[in-house]
Design a protein around this ligand. Sequence first.
Ligand code: ADP
Length: 163
Amino acid sequence: MKAIFPGSFDPITNGHLDIIRRSSVLFDELVVAIMVNPEKKSTFSVAERVAMIEEAVVGIPHISVQASTGLTVDYARAIGANVLVRGIRAVMDYEYELNQATANMMLDHEIESMFLVSMPQYSFLSSSTVKTISANHGSVRDFVPPCVELKLKERYEQIDSGE
Ligand code: ADP
């Protein structure tokens, strides 16, 4: 069975990576899909996000990384994925995810949403948390893969120096 793990991944964190590792053993194929919302401003370009995920998933079998615009269900259908994987950290995520999953079900009832609960050590972790820490010169070493740590450092050094 082919599954898709859609998200913004701006940037990928160890929380995302844990969901990817755990779902990679549940499905024959897992597509990590950066779903681009042109109206949402991102910190990293799509190409940068793809590169960071590709580097972070080296060694995890049956994973590919793609980017798309539009509706997630349309993209899932187009690539022949019938499961949509999402992670749930806390009750706050549940409300949002329930909403999304119900809308997706209305759009295409043949695509199932499946949820993996976050590991406790990642349940506080989000892309915006790591960006805030990094922007304020804190260490994100325990929260993101090494390539992302480097990229965050570079990005905020550029911003600090007014580039
Ligand atoms: P989106 O903008 O679509 O929510 P994100 O990149 O923020 O994209 O998240 C993608 C998915 O990964 C979501 O299902 C989110 O709940 C999940 N996720 C994000 N951070 C974590 C984490 N620390 N642990 C588990 N799941 C997570």
